[in-house]
Design a protein. Structure first.
Length: 294
């Protein structure tokens, strides 16, 4: 079946201090997103859509997109204020993007088949793409999917992170709770709200949707814009929150099948060296060719 990988790469990277999405971390200068693309193509995906800041487009096209010629269809979308509804007025001092729901909608004209979202600055492993290819044929306007990860496989030693802690029953997602300040401490994992089970399943923005869900996502995002106050200049419309609200309203069900792979990503500057070491190990093990996308 046809399947699209939607690479979300328009975030600010404020804790990293720059555009972490286009930071060279692989042994041959690869971006982290190249590993997700490689694993997705290997699993059977045939289209890649990038959601970018305008100033990133040329670099991503030159260093990633052009390598995909003959391997997959490639599209580029820009997440900026021009893709907001005409009736909405952006506060003058608003700098932060409007979140991952808006990022998906910025690419909606390219999303004509089932699609999977990934963060450009995250490494997911190969298993999740294989799982998702089994789940995508079941997607519909009211049915989505996700691949959760085990919390202990997703924490950073370099600072607190936010995870969507999932309540899953019978391979269906019941709810997802955004939980901040998660960090390993004294052999445990703690958060802003207390200790968290290290075996808890968490969302890493690895969602599968039918393109038929886009109208409902658009309505949800417009409702979000109507609710936020002008002084809330950092408010974001996030995929896990949207999914949780749709679950609560009964307008969406979400199939969930976990991955046991270790996730890692770039949040803090200190994460970069850790990731470079992990990728060297993966190349040495034969998990990836010398040049990931050739």
């Amino acid at each position: 079946m046809k399947a699209t990988l939607l690479v979300l790469a328009a975030g600010l990277g404020s804790r990293f201090g720059g555009d972490k999405q286009i930071s060279h971390v692989g042994p041959n200068g690869e971006f982290l997103m190249e590993y997700s693309i490689y694993d997705a193509l290997k699993a059977g995906f045939d289209k890649v859509v990038f959601v970018l800041k305008s100033e990133m487009v040329e670099a991503v096209k030159r260093e990633v997109g052009d390598k995909l010629a003959g391997k997959a269809e490639v599209c580029y979308a820009v997440q900026d204020h021009s893709t907001l509804p005409e009736w909405y007025t952006v506060p003058e001092d608003r700098v932060k993007p409007f979140g991952t729901v808006h990022a998906v909608l910025a690419a909606k004209k390219y999303l004509t088949e089932p699609f999977v979202t990934v963060n450009a600055d995250d490494y997911y492993g190969a298993e999740c793409f294989e799982i998702m290819m089994r789940l995508l044929p079941k997607m519909s306007a009211r049915c989505a999917s996700m691949v959760p990860y085990i919390l202990k496989n997703t924490v950073s030693e370099n600072g607190g992170v936010t995870r969507g802690v999932c309540n899953i029953s019978g391979r269906k997602l019941e709810s997802v709770t955004e939980t901040g300040g998660i960090i390993p401490k004294d052999g445990k994992i703690v958060s802003d709200v207390g200790e968290v089970d290290p075996e808890a399943q968490v969302s890493m923005n690895f969602w599968g949707f039918s393109h038929e869900t886009l109208p409902a996502m658009e309505r949800y995002f417009e409702d979000f814009l109507r609710r936020i106050r002008p002084e809330e200049i950092k408010a974001e419309c996030l995929l896990p929150v949207m999914v949780n609200d749709m679950l609560a309203s009964g307008s969406l069900e979400v199939l969930a099948e976990p991955s046991k792979d270790r996730w890692f990503g770039i949040t803090y500057k200190a994460d970069k060296a850790d990731i470079e070491r992990e990728l060297l190990k993966l190349h040495a093990s034969g998990a990836y060719p010398q040049k990931v996308l050739g």
